[in-house]
Structures are given as structure tokens and as C-alpha cells.
Design a protein around this ligand. Structure first.
Ligand code: ZN
Length: 307
């Protein structure tokens, strides 16, 4: 086992170390990570990113594949969210592991401490992992849905002043089932207009779902598209939407405890909802996230984000 691995096992309690032990058995070194990325990336065979040719020979570096027609070399990480990784792929796998399996997520500061990387390096890569946590739009809510908007940051957090750039409006949707809430999605919007609310709802909710919103006029025109939309009084402090408000409070509490700010809010919403929607699939969540990272386009890190 690597020194890094030993260090991490040391820091975990008995229960956690059992799980991380399985992870370390699967990925003891860099080669095992590259092997796994190779299998994911070319699971349906090799296709040259330059000319579309499907025959290859081995490249100079282990795991690289070279197109036999145009001679372009492709690596297991090129064209994925692991593209131009600036540190060891094994540590990158650890970050994906921690982000996907920690119940409440993990901050870049904590990742930095665990992996011996700079905090900023962890943050930059975590942004890519969060990118892979964006909703695919493939699993729309088709049962009972509830939708409402809320303000995050700004005055609510005790910041005064009219020009409060930190204040953001977010629309959330949940799916209710017999036992409680099975799914949750959210989006940062500029205003509560029919256009923005409808845009979000169309990407997250099936047109035939039973939808409940409050009496805000922005929802009224949407009944044209969503045949089963009903508007009810939200009640005192949103009392008629207890599950939805519990979910929103849960998100706000997590955001406050973890991040203390609303920069890059959409990425945090995506991360939270991704984990929330998969809280019952602990086993496959790491592989699911890795697959998404390999299938996703590269996401170059551009502007600095304060954390
Ligand atoms: Zn080619």
C-alpha cells in the first residue's frame, strides 16, 4: 500500500476504514486508475477524436492509443474531466471517492489536509467533480411535484444594503412519494418570471406530473404546458409545503455549515441534489460519478473562486 493510503486509513475510524479498504484494494496505484479510465472511456471501442477511425496501435506511454490512420494519440484522460490533470491520478480518484461517499460532502480544505495537496489545487479539481454532478435531465419528476423559490444569502444572512450582490434567487422542485421526498432539483434564477420558472420546470418535471405551487402569478401561465398544475396558498411560513421547505432548510443548513458563501451557488446545488437523489445507492455512487467524469467534456478552470 502507498504511503498516502496508509495515512488515510490511519485517519479513518473503524467503519469508514472498512469501506476505504475496499476502495484501496481496487485502486492500489496509478496504473489501476488508468486501467479503469481506459475501460470506461473505450467501453464501446476506440474512436479517434480527430478522424473517427476505429483502429489503433499502442502509444509510447502505457494506456495511450494511437490512431492508425491519422496517428493522433489519445490518452485515457484526454477529452474527459481528468484532462490535463496537474497531480497524481490516484489522488484525483481519492477526491472523487471522498466527494461521492462523504454523507455531507467534503471541503477543499479537508481534502487538502487528507491528501497533502494545496487547497486551491483540491478546489480546482473539486469544481470539475461538481460539474459531473449536474443533473442529466434524464430522470424527470413524474409523480407528485412541489415547486417554490427561495432567497439564499444576502439579508437573510444578516448582510445589509440594497446592492447586495450575494443575494440569489433559487427555484427548487421536489418529488414526493409515500415515504417522503425521493428527489430534489434546484436552479439559480434571475427573477421569478414564468419564463425562468417554466424553463427550470421543463428540464426537471414531466409535463404530466401532479404539480403544486403557491399562488405566485409567475406559475399561472405554466398551466398551459403542465396540465396537472395546481396553485394553493402557501400558508403561514409555507406551512402547506412542509416537505419542500424542510428540503430547502436542509440545503441552506448544509451550505452554511460547509461553505459560508454563495459564490458558485449552482455548483453547490448540483452537488447537494446529486447526493440527495442518490442517498439510497451508496454502493454505485463512486462508479457513477467516475463514469460521468469520463463521459463529460473537459471543463477548463477559468476564473478564481473564493472559498
Ligand atoms: Zn485518427
Amino acid at each position: 500500500m502507498s504511503i498516502l493510503g496508509e495515512k488515510i486509513i490511519e485517519m479513518e475510524n473503524k467503519f469508514r476504514s472498512l469501506i476505504i479498504f475496499e476502495f484501496q484494494e481496487r485502486f492500489p496505484d496509478e496504473d489501476s486508475c488508468y486501467q479503469y479510465l481506459t475501460e470506461l472511456k473505450w467501453s464501446t471501442g476506440f474512436v479517434c477524436p480527430n478522424c473517427g477511425h476505429t483502429h489503433y496501435c499502442n502509444g509510447k506511454r502505457k494506456f495511450d492509443r494511437q490512431c492508425t490512420s491519422c496517428h493522433r494519440i489519445a490518452s485515457p484522460t484526454s477529452g474527459t474531466l481528468f484532462h490535463q490533470l496537474k497531480f497524481s491520478v490516484l489522488k484525483a480518484f481519492y477526491i472523487v471517492y471522498y466527494v461521492s461517499t462523504s454523507k455531507k460532502g467534503i471541503s477543499s480544505t479537508e481534502l487538502s489536509r487528507k491528501l497533502g495537496l494545496r487547497q486551491k489545487t483540491c478546489w480546482k479539481f473539486k469544481v470539475k467533480v461538481m460539474k459531473a454532478m449536474e443533473s442529466s435531465g434524464n430522470h424527470k419528476i413524474n409523480g407528485n411535484a412541489e415547486v417554490d423559490e427561495t432567497v439564499i444569502g444576502g439579508q437573510e444572512e444578516g448582510v445589509v444594503g440594497r446592492k447586495n450582490r450575494k443575494k440569489k434567487l433559487v427555484v427548487f422542485a421536489i418529488e414526493r412519494n409515500g415515504k417522503g421526498v425521493s428527489r430534489m432539483y434546484g436552479k439559480v434564477i434571475k427573477q421569478s418570471s414564468s419564463k425562468e420558472l417554466g424553463g427550470f420546470m421543463k428540464t426537471t418535471i414531466d409535463l404530466n406530473a401532479q404539480i403544486k405551487t403557491d399562488k405566485w402569478r409567475g406559475y399561472s401561465p405554466l398551466a398551459k404546458d403542465f396540465k396537472n398544475l395546481s396553485q394553493v396558498n402557501s400558508g403561514e411560513k409555507g406551512g402547506n409545503f412542509p416537505d419542500l421547505h424542510r428540503c430547502i432548510m436542509g440545503f441552506k443548513g448544509w451550505l452554511r455549515g460547509m461553505h459560508h458563501h454563495v459564490e458558485n451557488l449552482q455548483a453547490y446545488i448540483d452537488e447537494y441534489c446529486y447526493r440527495f437523489n442518490r442517498s439510497n445507492m451508496k454502493e454505485g455512487i463512486f462508479d457513477n460519478l467516475l463514469t460521468r467524469m469520463v463521459k463529460a467534456d473537459p471543463f477548463p478552470y477559468k476564473k478564481p473562486i473564493i472559498i
